[in-house]
Design a binder for this molecule. Structure first.
Ligand code: NAD
Length: 479
């Protein structure tokens, strides 16, 4: 069988560990690869390797580190189609969406390679003519990275690339169900000249390897995942005086304003609710429409959603892939049951797709007449399930948008500039979209959630990501 290794200093296939199979969620008879089930002590070993790696890497000139990142970008670009296919086979999203992740990763590598050669510190004028004030940006040391399965390539990249660019070394724990394309990402960095030990990987469940990561003495830890696990991580890290970044779930809404284009809102909602099978932290899961437009919106929304093709992400023309795992599949079906029991009106879907019996497929599902107190309107489902809700005035719409414990992304569809600006000010979220779908992020813009969507201390991506991975040292030079 195709055994895949990990990076402990360098690429190794640990003989002493048990192996587990990663299967294609679109066809579970297909094994993508066998991966080592690592133990708590492997985290310690990875940290030791990362400490050694840090010594050489942090002393390299920014331009030397940048050159490694540029070379990795070129290598990933040349391997793009193989990597995209592997991503689809392990996670299920369409080939087009996988290719988008590969491209974003290449962009991230080039963006941070460019930034790090100039954003290294400042010169500040002093009150004393014979003093020069400087700040140096210094790396923190060994950074722990824990990531979810839904973006197995670009999301780890938006943490790991700025961490490496600024001179840190890394121990990364990917989600255990999607380690394959991540392994190729790390290989590309080593092929590009990353010194041994700078980037290490540990594979295994959150309950052992993940738990060990949060018990270890990293210089900083960055985590993306669910609110539930994020709370647990925050509790365990509390009192450690270690820099912690948490990016968590979402319950994102799109509002169609009376002053907006109905057809545009429908296109956006269908794309952001059902594209990526709804398994994006930025997915639209609530659609707010003015009461008097409700009937027309629901008719057109159902009509448009029916035209989506669900199937294996490798097949041309498929819009919606499977859910990524049995656990996800069961969770989504259980929320559909909750929606029915709560009295929401099921207007489309709601069932597993029987003809794809070897994969975790669920029909794109729309609930109508959803009210804000229902669980399906408040909790993150993370699947192809959309709730339609109505509102009277914009104040009420904003109250509904802000009425969950999450605060990640919100969209308003409007042609009125005043309304757009007021909404941007009043929505309690990290990212506002005006006439743009809730999904889709650009790597040069800071990103992060508020309220239950993140601990909101440091942003990811953009120039701002450098702040999490570095500290400023002030230097007073008298002469
Ligand atoms: P999860 O919280 O179950 O797991 C995330 C990671 O944490 C995995 O690697 C997992 O193995 C690990 N983990 C689990 N228990 C742990 C523990 N006790 N200690 C340490 N690590 C542990 O999330 P998931 O199901 O993999 O991913 C889906 C979630 O991620 C959704 O809630 C989604 O909204 C969120 N997400 C957020 C963003 C964002 O940028 N805000 C992006 C993508 C996904």
């Amino acid at each position: 069988m195709n055994r895949v290794g990990v990076f402990l200093g360098k690429y190794v296939i640990p003989e002493e560990r048990e192996y587990y199979q990663v299967r294609n969620p679109a066809d579970t008879s297909e094994v993508v690869g066998e991966f080592p089930l690592m133990m708590r002590e492997d985290v310690k070993r990875a940290m030791e390797e990362a400490e050694k790696g840090f010594q050489s890497w942090s002393n390299m000139l920014p331009v030397q580190r940048a050159n490694v990142l540029y070379r990795a970008a070129n290598l990933i670009e040349s391997r793009a189609s193989q990597m995209a296919e592997l991503l689809t086979r392990e996670e299920g999203k369409t080939l087009q969406d996988s290719m988008f992740e590969v491209t974003r990763t290449v962009n991230l590598l080039r963006f941070y390679a460019g930034l790090i050669t100039s954003k290294t510190g400042k010169v500040i004028p002093s009150q004393d003519p014979r003093t020069t004030l400087l700040t140096f940006r210094e790396p923190l040391g060994v950074v722990g990275v824990i990531t979810p399965w839904n973006f197995p390539l670009s999301l780890p990249a938006w943490k790991i690339v700025p961490a490496l660019a600024t001179g840190n070394s890394v121990v990364w724990k990917p989600a255990s169900i999607t380690p394959a394309v991540g392994t190729e990402f790390v290989k590309a960095l080593y092929d590009a000249g990353l010194p041994e030990g700078v980037l290490n990987t540990v594979l295994g469940p959150g309950s052992t390897v993940g738990d060990e990561m949060t018990s270890s003495k990293f210089d900083a830890l960055t985590f993306t995942g669910s609110l539930e696990v994020g709370r647990e991580v925050a509790r365990k890290m509390g009192g450690k005086f270690v820099r912690l970044q948490l990016e968590l779930g979402g319950k994102n809404a799109t509002i169609l304003s009376r002053k907006g284009k109905l057809s545009l809102a429908i296109e956006h909602v269908v794309r952001a609710a059902f594209g990526l099978t709804g398994q994006a932290c930025t997915a639209t899961s609530r659609f707010l429409v003015p009461r008097e437009l409700h009937d027309e919106v629901v008719t057109k929304l159902v009509e448009r959603t029916k035209r989506l093709t669900v199937g294996n992400g490798l097949t041309k023309g498929v819009d919606v892939g499977p859910l990524a795992s049995r656990e996800q599949y069961e969770k989504v079906l259980s929320y559909i049951k909750v929606g029915k029991e709560e009295g929401a009106k099921l207007v489309l879907g709601g069932e597993p797709i029987k003809e794809h019996e070897r994969g975790y497929f669920v029909q794109p599902t729309i609930f109508d007449q959803v009210t804000p107190e229902m669980r399906i309107a408040r909790e993150e489902i993370f699947g192809p399930v959309l709730s339609v809700m109505t509102y009277e005035g914009m104040d009420q719409a904003i109250e509904i948008v802000n009425g969950t414990e999450y605060g990640l992304v919100a969209e308003i569809v409007t042609d009125d500039i005043t309304e757009a600006v007021e909404f941007s000010r009043n929505a309690k979220v990290g990212v506002v979209k005006v006439n743009k779908p809730t999904t889709g992020l650009e790597p040069w813009v800071p990103y992060g959630g508020v309220k239950g969507s993140g601990n909101d201390v440091y942003k990811e991506m953009g120039e701002e990501a450098l702040d999490f991975f570095t500290r400023y040292k002030a230097v007073y030079v008298g002469y």
